[in-house]
Design a protein around this ligand. Structure first.
Ligand code: ZN
Length: 267
Protein backbone atom coordinates (compact mmCIF):
# COMPACT_ATOMS: atom_id res chain seq x y z
CA UNK A 1 0.00 0.00 0.00
CA UNK A 2 1.32 3.35 -1.06
CA UNK A 3 1.60 5.83 1.82
CA UNK A 4 2.99 9.29 2.42
CA UNK A 5 6.54 9.45 3.75
CA UNK A 6 4.97 11.11 6.79
CA UNK A 7 3.06 7.90 7.57
CA UNK A 8 5.89 5.40 7.42
CA UNK A 9 8.42 6.98 9.80
CA UNK A 10 8.39 5.30 13.22
CA UNK A 11 8.65 6.74 16.71
CA UNK A 12 12.03 7.54 18.21
CA UNK A 13 13.98 4.38 19.01
CA UNK A 14 13.29 2.71 15.67
CA UNK A 15 14.30 3.44 12.10
CA UNK A 16 12.65 2.58 8.80
CA UNK A 17 14.82 1.46 5.90
CA UNK A 18 15.01 3.74 2.87
CA UNK A 19 16.57 1.77 0.05
CA UNK A 20 17.79 3.45 -3.13
CA UNK A 21 16.69 1.21 -5.96
CA UNK A 22 17.97 1.31 -9.55
CA UNK A 23 15.82 -1.42 -11.02
CA UNK A 24 12.56 -3.24 -10.48
CA UNK A 25 14.22 -6.45 -9.23
CA UNK A 26 15.85 -4.35 -6.51
CA UNK A 27 12.46 -2.98 -5.49
CA UNK A 28 10.88 -6.43 -5.56
CA UNK A 29 13.60 -7.83 -3.30
CA UNK A 30 13.24 -5.01 -0.77
CA UNK A 31 9.44 -5.21 -0.77
CA UNK A 32 9.44 -8.97 -0.30
CA UNK A 33 11.76 -8.47 2.64
CA UNK A 34 9.54 -5.78 4.18
CA UNK A 35 6.47 -7.97 3.71
CA UNK A 36 8.20 -10.95 5.32
CA UNK A 37 8.95 -8.77 8.34
CA UNK A 38 5.64 -6.89 8.28
CA UNK A 39 7.46 -3.54 8.34
CA UNK A 40 6.85 -0.25 6.52
CA UNK A 41 9.55 0.66 4.04
CA UNK A 42 10.74 3.49 1.84
CA UNK A 43 11.70 2.89 -1.79
CA UNK A 44 13.93 5.74 -2.90
CA UNK A 45 15.15 6.85 -6.28
CA UNK A 46 18.26 9.00 -6.43
CA UNK A 47 18.60 10.34 -9.99
CA UNK A 48 22.32 11.13 -9.62
CA UNK A 49 23.09 7.41 -9.26
CA UNK A 50 22.35 7.06 -12.96
CA UNK A 51 19.67 4.36 -12.96
CA UNK A 52 16.74 4.37 -15.39
CA UNK A 53 14.96 7.73 -15.89
CA UNK A 54 12.47 8.60 -13.16
CA UNK A 55 9.65 8.58 -15.70
CA UNK A 56 10.50 5.02 -16.74
CA UNK A 57 11.02 3.59 -13.25
CA UNK A 58 8.17 5.36 -11.42
CA UNK A 59 5.15 3.52 -12.88
CA UNK A 60 6.67 0.14 -12.02
CA UNK A 61 7.60 1.21 -8.52
CA UNK A 62 4.17 2.67 -7.99
CA UNK A 63 2.52 -0.57 -9.09
CA UNK A 64 4.71 -2.61 -6.72
CA UNK A 65 4.14 -0.19 -3.82
CA UNK A 66 0.37 -0.25 -4.25
CA UNK A 67 0.33 -4.03 -4.43
CA UNK A 68 2.52 -4.48 -1.33
CA UNK A 69 0.96 -5.74 1.90
CA UNK A 70 2.93 -3.24 4.00
CA UNK A 71 2.99 0.60 3.92
CA UNK A 72 5.43 1.81 1.28
CA UNK A 73 6.57 5.36 0.61
CA UNK A 74 8.05 6.28 -2.77
CA UNK A 75 10.72 8.85 -2.18
CA UNK A 76 12.86 11.12 -4.35
CA UNK A 77 16.33 11.06 -2.82
CA UNK A 78 18.72 13.97 -3.46
CA UNK A 79 16.54 15.81 -5.96
CA UNK A 80 18.53 18.63 -7.50
CA UNK A 81 15.92 21.01 -8.89
CA UNK A 82 12.38 22.05 -8.14
CA UNK A 83 11.42 20.71 -11.57
CA UNK A 84 12.67 17.27 -10.58
CA UNK A 85 10.62 17.44 -7.37
CA UNK A 86 7.47 18.39 -9.26
CA UNK A 87 8.06 15.59 -11.77
CA UNK A 88 8.38 13.05 -8.95
CA UNK A 89 5.19 14.29 -7.28
CA UNK A 90 3.31 14.12 -10.59
CA UNK A 91 4.55 10.55 -11.02
CA UNK A 92 3.03 9.61 -7.66
CA UNK A 93 5.99 9.86 -5.30
CA UNK A 94 4.85 10.34 -1.70
CA UNK A 95 8.05 11.85 -0.36
CA UNK A 96 10.62 14.24 -1.80
CA UNK A 97 14.01 15.58 -0.88
CA UNK A 98 15.54 18.56 -2.60
CA UNK A 99 19.07 18.54 -1.30
CA UNK A 100 19.99 22.15 -0.58
CA UNK A 101 22.56 21.21 2.05
CA UNK A 102 25.46 22.57 -0.02
CA UNK A 103 23.80 26.00 -0.29
CA UNK A 104 24.02 28.82 2.25
CA UNK A 105 21.43 28.24 4.99
CA UNK A 106 19.17 31.09 3.81
CA UNK A 107 18.98 29.64 0.30
CA UNK A 108 18.48 26.11 1.60
CA UNK A 109 15.56 27.37 3.71
CA UNK A 110 14.02 29.35 0.85
CA UNK A 111 14.26 26.44 -1.59
CA UNK A 112 12.95 23.91 0.94
CA UNK A 113 10.00 26.18 1.75
CA UNK A 114 9.02 26.02 -1.93
CA UNK A 115 9.34 22.22 -1.91
CA UNK A 116 7.16 21.96 1.20
CA UNK A 117 4.49 24.19 -0.38
CA UNK A 118 4.37 22.06 -3.55
CA UNK A 119 4.55 18.71 -1.74
CA UNK A 120 1.71 19.64 0.63
CA UNK A 121 -0.57 20.05 -2.39
CA UNK A 122 0.14 16.40 -3.22
CA UNK A 123 -0.09 15.17 0.38
CA UNK A 124 3.56 14.14 0.19
CA UNK A 125 6.22 14.39 2.87
CA UNK A 126 9.43 16.40 2.61
CA UNK A 127 12.94 15.62 3.77
CA UNK A 128 15.40 18.49 4.17
CA UNK A 129 19.09 18.43 4.96
CA UNK A 130 21.34 20.66 7.04
CA UNK A 131 25.05 19.94 7.12
CA UNK A 132 26.84 18.04 4.35
CA UNK A 133 27.26 14.26 4.25
CA UNK A 134 30.17 13.98 1.81
CA UNK A 135 30.66 11.62 -1.08
CA UNK A 136 27.64 11.76 -3.38
CA UNK A 137 28.66 14.46 -5.80
CA UNK A 138 30.47 12.15 -8.19
CA UNK A 139 34.15 11.89 -9.05
CA UNK A 140 34.57 15.48 -10.31
CA UNK A 141 33.10 17.27 -7.35
CA UNK A 142 33.44 14.67 -4.66
CA UNK A 143 33.72 16.17 -1.20
CA UNK A 144 35.68 14.31 1.40
CA UNK A 145 35.14 16.74 4.22
CA UNK A 146 32.26 16.15 6.62
CA UNK A 147 30.35 19.34 7.40
CA UNK A 148 28.68 18.46 10.67
CA UNK A 149 25.14 19.71 11.19
CA UNK A 150 25.02 22.81 13.35
CA UNK A 151 22.22 22.29 15.93
CA UNK A 152 21.21 25.95 15.89
CA UNK A 153 20.99 25.97 12.08
CA UNK A 154 19.00 22.74 12.18
CA UNK A 155 16.53 24.20 14.67
CA UNK A 156 16.07 27.33 12.56
CA UNK A 157 15.73 25.30 9.34
CA UNK A 158 13.08 23.12 10.94
CA UNK A 159 11.08 26.04 12.33
CA UNK A 160 11.13 27.95 9.06
CA UNK A 161 10.45 25.07 6.67
CA UNK A 162 8.31 22.59 8.63
CA UNK A 163 9.93 19.58 6.95
CA UNK A 164 8.70 16.10 7.93
CA UNK A 165 12.16 14.58 8.17
CA UNK A 166 15.61 16.09 8.55
CA UNK A 167 18.82 14.58 7.21
CA UNK A 168 21.79 15.35 9.42
CA UNK A 169 25.54 15.01 9.06
CA UNK A 170 27.12 13.34 12.08
CA UNK A 171 30.20 11.74 10.57
CA UNK A 172 28.96 9.30 7.94
CA UNK A 173 29.79 9.57 4.25
CA UNK A 174 28.12 8.36 1.06
CA UNK A 175 29.56 5.37 -0.73
CA UNK A 176 32.39 3.32 0.62
CA UNK A 177 34.55 4.49 3.49
CA UNK A 178 38.17 5.21 2.70
CA UNK A 179 39.19 5.80 6.29
CA UNK A 180 37.91 5.28 9.80
CA UNK A 181 34.37 6.34 10.62
CA UNK A 182 34.13 9.06 13.25
CA UNK A 183 30.56 9.32 14.39
CA UNK A 184 29.74 12.34 16.51
CA UNK A 185 27.20 10.78 18.86
CA UNK A 186 27.06 13.72 21.32
CA UNK A 187 26.07 15.95 18.39
CA UNK A 188 23.39 13.47 17.34
CA UNK A 189 22.13 13.36 20.93
CA UNK A 190 21.62 17.15 20.76
CA UNK A 191 19.97 16.99 17.34
CA UNK A 192 17.76 14.14 18.57
CA UNK A 193 15.95 16.61 20.83
CA UNK A 194 14.49 18.36 17.76
CA UNK A 195 10.82 17.48 17.19
CA UNK A 196 11.40 15.78 13.82
CA UNK A 197 12.49 12.34 12.59
CA UNK A 198 16.20 12.44 11.72
CA UNK A 199 17.53 10.77 8.57
CA UNK A 200 20.90 9.09 8.14
CA UNK A 201 22.67 9.24 4.79
CA UNK A 202 25.92 7.42 4.08
CA UNK A 203 24.82 4.39 6.09
CA UNK A 204 26.72 1.67 4.25
CA UNK A 205 29.52 -0.17 6.00
CA UNK A 206 28.51 0.62 9.58
CA UNK A 207 28.55 -2.00 12.32
CA UNK A 208 25.49 -3.26 14.19
CA UNK A 209 26.66 -1.36 17.28
CA UNK A 210 26.99 1.87 15.29
CA UNK A 211 23.51 1.47 13.81
CA UNK A 212 22.05 0.84 17.27
CA UNK A 213 23.79 3.87 18.74
CA UNK A 214 22.49 6.07 15.92
CA UNK A 215 18.91 4.81 16.15
CA UNK A 216 18.87 5.19 19.94
CA UNK A 217 19.73 8.89 19.49
CA UNK A 218 16.98 9.82 17.06
CA UNK A 219 17.76 8.43 13.60
CA UNK A 220 14.38 7.23 12.29
CA UNK A 221 15.12 6.75 8.59
CA UNK A 222 18.25 5.11 7.23
CA UNK A 223 19.20 5.46 3.57
CA UNK A 224 21.13 2.65 1.97
CA UNK A 225 22.63 2.24 -1.47
CA UNK A 226 26.33 1.32 -1.57
CA UNK A 227 25.92 -1.92 0.38
CA UNK A 228 23.06 -2.99 -1.90
CA UNK A 229 25.14 -2.19 -4.99
CA UNK A 230 28.07 -4.23 -3.66
CA UNK A 231 25.81 -7.16 -2.93
CA UNK A 232 24.23 -7.04 -6.39
CA UNK A 233 27.68 -6.83 -8.00
CA UNK A 234 28.88 -9.84 -5.98
CA UNK A 235 25.97 -11.93 -7.25
CA UNK A 236 26.54 -10.83 -10.83
CA UNK A 237 30.25 -11.70 -10.68
CA UNK A 238 29.50 -15.18 -9.35
CA UNK A 239 26.59 -15.79 -11.72
CA UNK A 240 26.62 -18.90 -13.88
CA UNK A 241 22.94 -19.27 -14.78
CA UNK A 242 20.73 -17.63 -17.38
CA UNK A 243 19.92 -13.94 -17.32
CA UNK A 244 16.60 -14.50 -15.59
CA UNK A 245 18.14 -16.87 -13.05
CA UNK A 246 20.80 -14.28 -12.34
CA UNK A 247 18.25 -11.50 -11.88
CA UNK A 248 16.28 -13.74 -9.53
CA UNK A 249 19.47 -14.32 -7.55
CA UNK A 250 20.08 -10.54 -7.35
CA UNK A 251 16.54 -10.06 -6.06
CA UNK A 252 16.96 -12.79 -3.42
CA UNK A 253 20.31 -11.39 -2.29
CA UNK A 254 18.92 -7.87 -1.93
CA UNK A 255 15.90 -9.24 -0.10
CA UNK A 256 18.19 -10.96 2.38
CA UNK A 257 20.42 -7.93 2.91
CA UNK A 258 17.55 -5.45 3.26
CA UNK A 259 15.73 -7.78 5.68
CA UNK A 260 18.78 -8.07 7.91
CA UNK A 261 19.15 -4.28 8.01
CA UNK A 262 15.42 -3.62 8.55
CA UNK A 263 15.33 -6.10 11.41
CA UNK A 264 18.32 -4.44 13.06
CA UNK A 265 17.13 -0.86 12.53
CA UNK A 266 13.57 -1.46 13.67
CA UNK A 267 14.78 -3.06 16.90
ZN1 ZN B 1 22.25 10.60 0.61
Amino acid sequence: MLRSLRKVLPEKGRAAGAFDVVGLEWAEGVLEGAEALGLPVILSVAPHLGGPPLKALAPGLRYLAEAARVPVALHLDHGHTLEEVVEALRLGFTGVMLDGSHLPLEENIRLTQLVVAVARAYGAGVEGEVGVVPGHYGPEEDREEVLYTDPEEARRFLEETGVDALAVSVGTRHGLYKGPIRLNLPLLETLGALPVPLVLHGASGLSSEEYRALVARGIREINLYADLALEAARVLKEAQGTYLETMAAVKEALKGLSMARMRLWWG
